[in-house]
Design a protein around this ligand. Sequence first.
Ligand SMILES: N[C@@H](CCC(=O)N[C@@H](CS)C(=O)NCC(=O)O)C(=O)O
Length: 274
Amino acid sequence: MDFPHSSPPGCHRVLLVGGKVAQPNRERNGRSVGRGATGGQGERPAARNFRVRRERSRALGTDQPYVLYAARGWGSVLVEAMLALCGADMRIEQIDGFDHPGENRSKLLAVNPLAQVPTLLLPDGTVMTESAAIALLLAESFPEAGLAPAPDDVRRPIFLRHLIWLVANIYPTFTFADYPERWVERETDRLIDTVRRHREALWRMFEAEIDPGPWVLGDLFSVLDIYVCAMTHWYPRRAWFEAECPKLHAIALACEADARLSPVWTRNFGPETA
Ligand SMILES: N[C@@H](CCC(=O)N[C@@H](CS)C(=O)NCC(=O)O)C(=O)O
C-alpha cells in the first residue's frame, strides 16, 4: 500500500481518550482560555470576528466541535493539523480500516458517499470533504492561524496554484496505486509501478518550484507545508525524498519540528516523528 499503514500500533494512545482528542490538546487549542476571548479594547479584528461567530453559533445552538473522521496516518492528518493550528474545538471520530467493509466504513459512508478521508463535520453539521476546500474554508474562518497568505498577498496566486496542483495531481495517484483493482482487471503491479513513477516525477517538479525555502512559499508557512510533511510519509517515503527532493525533505522536517503540531504527527505517524 502507498499509505503508511505501517505506523506502530497504538503509537498515539496517550493522546486519545475514547476516540476524542485528550484534554491537554484541547486546552492548548481552546480559544476560551486564550487571547481575545472576551473582547474589549485592543481586540484584533480577526479575534473579534471569531468571537462574534462563536457567540452567534451559541445563540443558534450550533456551537458544536468540528468532527473529523480520521484514520491514523491517512489524509485526515492534513485537516487534523490544520484544526490544531486554528485552535478549533474538535472531536475525532476514529475510523481506522474504513476502506474495508465494516462498522467504520459504514460510519463514514453515512456522511460521505465517496468514503474518503478527510471528512469533516462543521459545527453546524455541514459535511465538508476535499482537503483543499477545507483548507480554504478554515483559512477564512481562522485568519490568524496562518494557514494561507491573505487574499491581497502577492503570494496568494502561487499558494492557490500549489494547493490545487497537489490535490489535483499528486493526491489522486494514491487512489490509483492503492486500489489498482478498481481501474484494471489484470497487471495491477504494472499499474502501481507506472503510477509511482509518475508520482515521483510530479514530486520532482514540485521540488523544482521551491526556492529558496524554508517553506514552500519561501519565508511564509502555510498549509502547503502540512501537505508536504504528511505526504512525504507516503510512498516513495522519506528516504527517497531525502535523496531526490532535499528541499521538500527539509520542509517536512521543519514542519515536524513545530511544537504546535507535534501531537498530531505523533498520533498519526508514531513517536519517532515528534
Ligand atoms: N481529493 C481528496 C482525496 C482524499 C483521498 O484520496 N483520501 C484517501 C486517503 S489519504 C482515501 O480516503 N482513500 C480511500 C478511497 O479512495 O477509497 C482530498 O483532497 O481530500
